[in-house]
Design a protein around this ligand. Structure first.
Ligand code: 4FD
Length: 247
């Protein structure tokens, strides 16, 4: 996958893009990543990228000429997503990250200030994504979150681990959250490890994990249960939890 990012602070990507998963993806030829400086496409002697909004009010707006020139310089074909990272976008979910991972190329546009001139959306953007309902100072951090979520869906990026299908929000648990995990030592600051995990009974371990996942999802994110794949056993266990809580 080829990913081009347009940003006012392209250096922000350096630390994240040299982290293990990204480095492996690039090393294995699965990722071709470039961060470009929007300011390189400014034309005046001060290299101005922003201006005050028509109609007044506070803040600054990214100039449409600079941003559209920057996007066009990347020569997007009409099949690949040109995504604006913004709090007004559709929410990034597991299924959006799977969808984006199918493309050969992504262009991510990171705004700053109060936003971008609306004509940039009309002329040069074909998708808009938010990483959550909160405002950031710039789109760069949002773009890095998206890149991480998308890359780990590409076969070969995670390598032998192949853990992506058991994660919370992936299909391995049918849309449930992961339950608790433990590693050595067997006792830590007076806290032990559930006996079933050291019992060697694999079927019992699987059943316990499934029930912990159901319990945690019900407690922390009951909204996810509506979209989860639940067996009759799962439904009976949840009914028991709800009954318990009722008393
Ligand atoms: N929730 C997000 C993305 C960007 C951002 C910006 C328009 C503001 C939050 C375009 C308005 C970019 C998010 C920069 N804040 N701030 O994904």
């Amino acid at each position: 996958m080829k990913i081009d990012v347009l940003a006012l602070f392209p250096n922000m990507f350096e630390a994240v893009m040299s982290q293990s998963m990204m480095w492996k993806a690039r090393d294995r030829g699965l990722l071709d990543f470039h961060a470009h400086d929007i300011r390189d496409y400014a034309v005046d002697k001060h290299r101005t990228v922003d201006d005050s909004p028509y109609g007044g009010g506070g803040g600054m707006i990214l100039k449409p000429d600079v941003l559209v020139r920057a996007i066009e310089a990347l020569k997007p074909d009409d099949r690949s997503p040109v995504i604006l990272m913004s709090p007004q976008g559709r929410l990034l979910t597991h299924s959006v990250s799977v969808e984006l991972s199918q493309h050969a190329r992504l262009i991510l546009v990171c705004g700053r200030y109060e936003g971008v001139d609306e004509r940039v959306r009309e002329l040069a953007i074909n998708d808009e994504i938010s990483i959550g309902d909160y405002v950031l100072t710039g789109g760069e951090l949002a773009a890095m979150v998206l890149i991480d979520a998308v890359l780990r869906q590409i076969p070969g990026v995670l390598g032998a681990e192949g853990a992506q299908n058991r994660d919370s929000h992936a299909d391995g648990l049918g849309g449930l959250l992961e339950g608790p995990h433990y590693t050595r030592p067997a006792e830590f600051r007076g806290l032990g490890v559930p006996a079933v995990l050291t019992s060697g009974h694999h079927a019992e371990v699987d059943r316990w994990r499934r029930r912990q996942a159901l319990k945690r999802t019900w407690r922390m994110r009951p909204d996810l249960l509506a979209g989860a794949e639940l067996s009759d056993d799962d439904m009976a266990f949840l009914a028991g939890l709800i009954e318990e809580a009722g008393d």
